[in-house]
Design a binder for this molecule. Structure first.
Ligand SMILES: NC(=O)c1ccc[n+]([C@@H]2O[C@H](COP(=O)([O-])OP(=O)(O)OC[C@H]3O[C@@H](n4cnc5c(N)ncnc54)[C@H](OP(=O)(O)O)[C@@H]3O)[C@@H](O)[C@H]2O)c1
Length: 307
């Protein structure tokens, strides 16, 4: 199997880097700046599972070396349109695209652009970021990649992918319920992102505030109501765990959206909050708290970067 990893940021650099370290046939599609940095310094991972520097195989838009069997798509939602254009020569009717993006809008975009069954289900669980030197910092031991055909049916290409990614230094799972996992991850991220950004705090700080827990559970209920109406309903076990995680006393848990907000970085608010609200709106599900969080972030995002 030949895999193209689109992007070598936190997720692409980590999972692609581990695959390359394990000797898998992986190339990275990079833009000029990141390509030059990786050619100069290598792809550097700092992780509780072991630090590593690899010299990655790099390709660039306009010079893609044929079709790939799999594409691991690891750009942020606001970079998706250009990434789709750039990776198109790598995608043929036999290619499967595994997007690690959160939310579901990208699935529709990819399905419209390529063949209907090109997109496979994929969920990555990791806390990772880039430092100022471009190193990938893996921040906690979790490093899970789950994947499957969207409807969970067994297929030869998934069996081949499973063989390719297993044993490459992270937890890899061929999931029987990937679509539900994708919706569940969206629920958690939307709720965590909305409460953190609106309240400007960690889970523990919000829990300690008057009415904090009531607010969190009400917002979570809104998100779950939308998903139950327009998506794949979450399991009861997931909901119990989500309620506990989002209201834990003293917890320092925050979303990457809140961390990005603090750093003044561009946010995936449209993909994670806006798209969910839109789907809810169309189905007649009211979500005033989620709407307030999205309006709040939209004000922030509309400001010029320097103000
Ligand atoms: N970080 C996490 O812990 C985590 C966990 C789970 C899921 N996710 C999700 O995974 C997705 C990726 O997040 P991330 O944290 O990995 O983002 P990231 O660190 O910002 O990395 C994204 C990379 O995509 C590259 N890129 C953008 N457009 C490109 C193009 N046209 N061609 C090639 N490369 C391109 C960027 O490269 P340049 O240097 O050229 O800008 C950047 O290095 C997001 O949707 C996020 O929500 C992240």
């Amino acid at each position: 199997m030949r895999m193209l990893v689109v992007g070598a940021g936190a997720t692409g650099g980590y999972f692609g880097g581990r695959l390359a370290e394990a000797g898998r046939n992986v190339s990275f599609l990079l833009r000029p700046g990141r390509a030059a940095a990786l050619r100069a310094d290598g792809l550097r991972i700092s992780s509780p599972s072991g630090d590593v520097t690899i010299q990655p195989r790099i390709v660039q838009a306009g010079a893609i070396d044929g079709r790939y069997d799999a594409v691991l798509l690891t750009v942020k939602s606001f970079s998706l349109d250009q990434a789709i254009e750039d990776m198109t020569p790598a995608v043929g009717p036999g290619t499967m695209i595994l997007p690690v993006l959160n939310g579901m809008r990208h699935v529709d975009q990819l399905r419209m652009r390529f063949w209907a069954d090109t997109v496979a289900g994929c969920v990555c669980k990791i806390a990772a970021t880039l430092d100022d030197a471009g190193r990938i910092l893996h921040l906690a031991p979790v490093h899970d990649l789950a994947y499957s055909e969207m409807d969970g049916r067994p297929s030869d290409r998934m069996a081949a992918l499973d063989e390719f990614v297993r044993g490459a230094g992270f937890d890899a799972t061929l999931s029987p319920s990937i679509e539900r996992q994708m919706w569940e991850k969206w629920i958690l991220l939307a709720a965590l992102g909305a409460i953190g950004c609106l309240m400007r705090g960690t889970v523990g700080e919000i829990e300690a505030a008057p009415g904090g827990t009531r607010f969190v559970l009400a917002l979570l209920d809104e998100v779950v109501s939308i998903v139950r109406t327009v998506g794949t309903p979450p399991s009861e076990a997931f909901l119990v765990a989500a309620r506990t995680q989002l209201t834990a006393k003293g917890s320092s848990f925050t979303s990457s959206m809140y961390r990005d907000l603090q750093k003044g970085l561009r946010l995936e608010a449209d993909q994670i909050l806006g798209d969910l609200l839109l789907r809810g709106d169309r189905a007649g599900v009211a979500a005033p708290l989620l709407g307030a969080a999205y309006a709040n972030l939209s004000v922030f995002q509309a400001r010029p970067a320097s103000s």
